[in-house]
Design a protein around this ligand. Structure first.
Ligand SMILES: Cc1cc2nc3c(=O)[nH]c(=O)nc-3n(C[C@H](O)[C@H](O)[C@H](O)COP(=O)(O)OP(=O)(O)OC[C@H]3O[C@@H](n4cnc5c(N)ncnc54)[C@H](O)[C@@H]3O)c2cc1C
Length: 421
């Protein structure tokens, strides 16, 4: 990363000791753990990604609200020469056995992970002995040769920091929120935090937006994470039913639900989960599929024949995606200046590779019909994407519209939510 972004300096083996801020500057002191030598540094913003026990959260006196869903599990990681038989069609199994709930995960390069629930009577030392834990997982391993690389006992928490921002200091990842791992969303949520704050800070530092936009980090992310955390707790409850009676009721309910709604829809918590109030015009739609709010990249073929995903083409910029726009592509000088200043990219999925006078206009063809299907599903002909690929808004254009008209409408729409400098 340091090689790619030459402006970054990564210092490992150092510990933050103190943090304070005055006049819009954050000052930190830290020490080298090996030598004990102490240093000071200052910056405009500080992103606290220092994990569940965040020193920076504590130094800022931010309380962590527990959601009372603590669970103890043991993790066993290892390698195998060939995939376990249970992974023929799938790569993860939640074995909801009331006498020992277990998660089995196929990783990359034939590595595997077992997560084994702690049961009454288990002890941290005893359960980590191979002769003890093997009897819980042998049925999945079968005759495969395995090498165990690590065991660890974790207590999973669900918690939420009551404040994610203190002036120029922002909490991200586990420092801001923790959830049980039953939906695999802890790290994912931390990555979404980072994607959310980075384009906003980048825009403020480059003089594009008013610093007010930074207040939308917490307002957008906190409700989003809260819903996923509730879902992970609920999912944990389903997986973790440790009484035979509860497990019987659960199985009956799940089988009925699966029969009525189909296997895919048993736990659609990511569906309908939009960002909280902020820089977007996402309508509240119950249970709408996730891509209404978050745009899944599609593959496009550029004029020179290269195939790329829309994420790759757009990079970390605002994007306007047009489904088969064929009108006049000339853009006025004023709009050209604004689009260029804000690094907008316009992707037109079309059979017509004609150019526009805007250098950020990219004509391309779809490799599949994903955009057509998307636009049909949500009744739109264009999508406005934020740099973090969340959808700012969907819109429609008429056949008679010019690109200039579309851009005017899009910019008007965006400026209702962001103050452009
Ligand atoms: C068993 C298990 C399974 C999981 N499975 C999944 C999954 O499938 N999918 C998923 O998305 N998530 C999963 N998670 C959750 C995921 O691991 C965490 O959400 C994620 O690691 C949090 O990342 P983070 O960067 O916020 O914090 P951390 O990974 O905890 O990193 C914090 C860093 O800050 C450093 N640090 C702390 N204090 C200081 C200080 N004072 N000074 C300097 N540095 C400091 C630490 O050394 C550490 O490097 C799982 C978690 C567990 C325990």
């Amino acid at each position: 990363m340091q090689k790619k972004y030459q402006t970054n300096t990564i210092k490992t083996g150092n510990e933050i000791l103190s943090v304070d801020q005055s006049d819009g500057v954050v000052n930190c002191s830290y020490k080298n753990i090996e030598t004990g030598e102490e240093f000071k540094t200052s910056s405009k913003y500080l992103l606290a990604c220092d994990g569940a026990n965040s020193t920076i959260r504590k130094l800022n006196n931010v309380k962590l609200k527990s959601l009372d869903a603590d669970e103890t599990w043991m993790v066993v990681d290892g390698y195998t020469k060939s995939k376990f038989d249970c992974f023929t069609d799938i790569d993860a199994i939640q074995y909801c056995n009331p006498s020992r709930p277990t998660t089995i995960i196929q990783g990359v390069d034939d590595c595997f992970r077992f997560e084994i629930a702690f049961m009454p009577g288990d002890t941290v030392d005893e359960i980590q002995k191979e002769e003890v834990f093997r009897k819980y997982i042998d049925q999945w391993i079968g005759d495969n040769e395995v090498e165990f690389s690590r065991t660890a006992v974790y207590s999973f928490h669900a918690a939420d920091a009551v404040k994610w921002q203190n002036e120029n200091i922002f909490l991200l990842g586990d420092a801001a929120h923790q959830m049980p791992p039953f939906m695999g969303q802890g790290m994912n949520s931390g990555c979404r935090d980072a994607e959310n704050i980075l384009w906003k800070i980048n825009g403020v530092l480059n003089g594009l937006y008013s610093p007010k936009i930074l207040d939308t980090y917490q307002s957008e992310r906190r409700p989003h994470v809260a819903r996923i955390t509730r879902g992970a707790i609920k999912m944990g409850g389903i997986i973790n039913a440790k009484s035979k009676f509860k497990a019987f009721i659960r199985n009956a309910l799940l089988r009925t639900q699966s029969y009525l709604r189909g296997k895919e829809n048993i736990f659609p918590v990511l569906n309908g989960n939009r960002l909280g109030p902020g820089v977007h015009k996402m309508p509240k739609i119950k249970n709408v599929s996730i891509e209404r709010y978050y745009f899944n990249e599609i593959n496009v073929r550029l004029h020179d024949g290269r195939i790329m995903s829309t994420d790759y083409v757009l990079e970390k910029n605002f994007g306007i995606i047009l489904n088969n726009f064929e009108g006049n592509k000339n853009i006025s000088e004023d709009n050209l200046e604004l689009l260029k200043k804000h690094n907008f990219k316009i992707i037109n999925v079309t059979h017509n590779y004609n150019h526009s006078n805007y250098e950020g206009y990219i004509a391309c063809e779809e490799t599949h019909k994903d955009l057509q299907i998307y636009c049909k599903k949500f009744g739109c002909s264009g999508v406005i994407l934020r740099p973090d690929k969340y959808i700012f808004d969907l819109f429609n254009f008429d056949k008679s519209d010019s690109l200039e008209t579309i851009i005017n409408n899009v910019l008007f729409n965006i400026r209702e939510k962001i103050e452009f400098n």
